[in-house]
Ligand binder design. Structure first.
Ligand code: ATP
Ligand code: MG
Length: 394
């Protein structure tokens, strides 16, 4: 025995949910189960606010941890061994555990951190640490105690049914389980920002649907494939979703022909938002999500954002609004979208880029320009022309 085939999964904020806690925990377990579908013989158990995952094969454990760490709502994971909640049995397991680490890593020092979650257990937490530490010293002659900087900090977590022995925690992303916070329609481009924005909203429990605009044949087929690649990476966190794909070119041509050049970008953005709003309403999405960020480009000045917002009535979520670009890029690296985002393909926004875009658009002026267009008709036609791509995680 002494196989590390048990995982302790800690729920982050889910644990703070008071009366709703059982609901959030159930959603979390469902999500973990979904992510582990491909593994045979995995058992999940909820107990005392933790989730215990038992794998049939220790070999699969790292792959299983990788999947679980992608589940929103998971704060951390530990590989553990278990023992009956009785001091001699715990001591024996702790010795075996440390012998293995001596063999594998040549560890020399340790400290035991005892914890009694079960208050009816006759020995208090600090005392557990001392007793098990003494047993390890006897069982593993090469080891010494180092309370300040040990090679291994051994956790002994005594619970009512059994005791778990482990070292270290693998961090999850935290957040809330998918499906606990409605559904949002994300405007997904091929850039760095929108995949991160989408991921951040999904992390708060929001289900995702997406819309992507292109200007084919000005933008290439390959550019759209890049967006689908990005979407699949996002889907590995938020599950499969639909992406509505729309050719914006007919609208862009109308704008370029009929409206002042410097207003092109903001006018295009207002059309994107209107089309997105229509799709959102058709698909049960409660909000729009964009990767906009205050001041990053001409279309994202405070004035431009106000004029953009005025085109729709649904709330627009902009989770990156106050982040610095370097932090957004770090996040993109962390979640694995960065390398795909920086592949150099054209985007519909860059097709008719004005030389001097207005950075302080006035709504009245924009409305006047739009009065030269059949806004309703163009939106209607764009929505009708949509193609739907099913985004399925790899
Ligand atoms: P990103 O890196 O997300 O492309 P950006 O910094 O390039 O953002 P913009 O091009 O102004 O900024 O786009 C702002 C937001 O508008 C994007 O984050 C995205 O939500 C949406 N958007 C832009 N282009 C498209 C597109 N082709 N399809 C769908 N949404 C888009
Ligand atoms: Mg962009």
């Amino acid at each position: 025995m002494n196989e590390q085939n048990i995982l302790i999964v800690r729920c982050g904020e889910v644990a703070l949910k008071g009366m709703n806690k059982p609901y959030f925990e159930r959603m979390l377990v469902d999500r973990i189960k979904k992510n582990l579908k491909a593994f045979d013989g995995v058992e999940l158990r909820r107990h005392e606010g933790l989730i215990f995952v038992r794998a049939e094969k220790e070999l699969e454990l790292d792959a299983i941890i990788k999947e679980i760490s992608k589940v929103f709502g998971v704060a951390s994971i530990s590989k553990a061994v278990e023992a009956p909640s009785e001091l001699n049995a715990i001591g024996d397991e702790a010795v075996k555990y440390m012998m293995k680490l001596i063999e594998e890593r040549g560890i020399k020092t340790f400290k035991v951190e005892g914890k009694r979650a079960d208050k009816s257990f006759p020995v208090k937490s600090p005392e557990i640490g001392r007793i098990i530490g003494a047993k390890v010293l006897v069982g593993c002659k090469v080891l010494k105690v180092d309370v300040h900087n040990p090679d291994v900090l051994l956790h002994v977590d005594v619970r009512s049914d059994r005791t778990y022995i482990y070292e270290g925690k693998i961090a999850g992303f935290g957040g809330l389980p998918l499906g606990t916070n409605g559904k949002g329609l994300t405007l997904l481009s091929g850039g760095i920002d929108s995949p991160v924005a989408t991921w951040m909203m999904a992390k708060r429990g929001m289900l995702i649907e997406a819309v992507h605009f292109h200007s084919y044949p000005y933008t290439s087929q390959r550019a759209q494939e890049k967006v689908e690649d990005l979407a699949r990476i996002v889907a590995s966190y938020c599950g499969r979703f639909k992406m509505h794909v729309i050719n914006l070119l007919p609208i862009q041509e109308q704008i370029v022909t009929n409206c002042p050049e410097e207003e092109t970008t903001i006018l295009v953005r207002r059309f994107m938002m209107r089309i997105a709003e229509r799709i959102a309403k058709d698909t049960g999405c409660m909000m729009l999500i964009t990767g906009e960020n205050l001041g990053q480009v001409a279309s994202q000045t405070a004035e431009a954002l106000v004029v953009t917002d005025a085109s729709v009535s649904l709330p627009v979520m902009r989770p990156l609004i106050a982040m610095d670009k370097v932090d957004i890029m770090d996040k993109a690296q962390e979640i694995g979208t960065f390398e795909t985002s920086i592949q150099p393909y054209e985007d519909c926004c860059t097709v008719f880029l004005p030389k001097h875009p207005t950075t302080k658009p006035k709504l009245e002026r924009i409305l006047e320009s739009e009065s030269k267009l059949d806004v309703e008709g163009l939106v209607e036609a764009a929505v009708k022309s949509q193609e739907i791509v099913n985004i399925i995680p790899e």
